[in-house]
Design a binder for this molecule. Structure first.
Ligand SMILES: [Zn+2]
Length: 401
């Protein structure tokens, strides 16, 4: 940040926010809502959240409105039809070079899901009278990763504005595979994978089978071409350079963007203030170790300034990156301890779910919970703490060595 304060505005209010007011640390009101597919631990996350600093307070952008985070950086929100009911998107004022000259407009960071409601919200923003985008076009789309809330409307946005899509190769390839519903990444691969890890309920089998079209409904198409983004790359967006920090464990090759001049980190889903990032083992990579990958990836943010403002995909902009990383490390260490204790007797991943997530889960939540339980088992398995055995019933069970 060039100055010690930022100004947030929306169409109907103007607020000046003390930017580096660390005296507010710990003074945030207790949060009352929950998100991330509804399987986080509400109590502990809320008390931890109070250690973070939210310089914009409770201010949120309304649908079709923007809030300026820094000069040329806008915050918008789109709805999601899940317990996690919103995604934050970011617009950065840009002068993008094309074959027809430099075009003044906006680089969009992430897109929202493919739905009429999200398209309608974008169209309001595109309106000539919208004082956020000021009638300027989208000149480029950068997607942090392949999940539907981030990439669902990439094809629509890129087509509507004749704008290029920038993504890492890992994320682009997975988005293409999943939107094409290829074998191994389509919904039908999910049940055999989870059955092997102890999910045998016919009712859940049916519910999970219904989820076969989950991704393709939310991401019906992807652009046929893209521009590659990779680790350490510096991307010029308008007046400033943004560095790519790749991260793993949540998705194949997640890209965060850090701007030293503005002291901003667009963290995507890698660092979230309220909820822990989902790290799951899925059918296409059944022996993955995503907890380890995720914890290793968090170290890549350690060099960033203590007062960097984090712009997360879910929740509110916050200061306290290093505090949050410590919390996330402690969160996973505690979950791993629980799992080791449980595995004094042989346990399948399905038997770990009620220990890690002790409340009823619907099919959507269960797939993430099972994936996450298995991810923690795998970290301990790769660390040599647990061994696993295939039972006569075809179910894999893990136990302390
Ligand atoms: Zn994600």
């Amino acid at each position: 940040m060039p100055s010690d304060r930022i100004v947030g505005h929306s169409a109907n209010k103007q607020v000046v926010i003390p930017f580096l007011d660390h005296s507010r640390l710990g003074d945030e009101p207790k949060a009352t809502t929950t998100c991330r597919i509804g399987i986080e631990r509400e109590q502990s996350m809320n008390s931890l959240e109070m250690q973070l600093n939210y310089p914009l307070g409770e201010t949120l952008p309304e649908s079709g409105k923007t809030i300026q985070i820094a000069p040329g950086v806008l915050w918008i929100r789109m709805g999601l039809p899940f317990a996690l009911n919103h995604i934050n998107l970011w617009l950065i004022e840009d002068h993008y070079p094309t074959d027809n000259g430099v075009v003044h407009g906006w680089t969009a960071i992430d897109c929202g899901i493919a739905s009429d409601a999200t398209r309608d919200a974008w169209e309001i923003l595109f309106g000539e009278q919208n004082d956020g985008l000021r009638g300027l076009p989208i000149v480029r789309v950068i997607a942090t990763h392949c999940h539907p809330d981030h990439v669902g409307l990439a094809d629509w946005l890129c087509t509507r504005w004749n704008a290029p899509l920038w993504m890492t190769t890992g994320e682009y390839a997975f988005a293409r595979m999943m939107s094409a519903s290829l074998p191994g990444v389509d919904g039908s691969a999910m049940y055999p994978h989870f059955k092997k890890h102890g999910l045998v309920s016919p009712e859940m089998q049916e519910k999970i089978a219904e989820r076969k079209t989950y991704y393709t409904k939310l991401v019906p198409a992807m652009p046929n071409a893209y521009r590659r983004v990779q680790e350490g790359q510096d991307i010029q967006i308008g007046a400033h350079s943004w560095s790519i920090i790749t991260g793993f464990g949540h998705s194949p090759e997640h890209a965060s963007l850090y701007c030293a001049a503005l002291n901003l980190l667009i963290s995507g889903d890698m660092v979230l203030p309220r909820i822990s990032t989902n790290v799951s083992v899925f059918a296409v990579e059944p022996e993955a170790n995503p907890v380890q990958q995720y914890l290793d990836s968090l170290k890549k943010y350690a060099h960033l300034p203590i007062d960097v403002l984090i712009l997360p995909s879910h929740g509110k902009p916050f200061i306290g990156l290093h505090t949050r990383i410590s919390q996330l490390n402690e969160h996973h260490a505690a979950r791993l301890d629980e799992v080791v204790t449980a595995c004094a007797t042989p346990r399948s991943a399905a038997e770990i779910v009620p220990i890690m997530f002790p409340r009823p889960l619907d099919a959507h939540q269960l797939t993430f919970a099972l994936g996450e339980a298995l991810a923690h088992l795998h970290k301990l398995w790769f660390d040599g703490v647990l061994r696993r055995e295939l039972g006569d019933d075809g179910v894999l069970r893990f136990m302390v060595k």
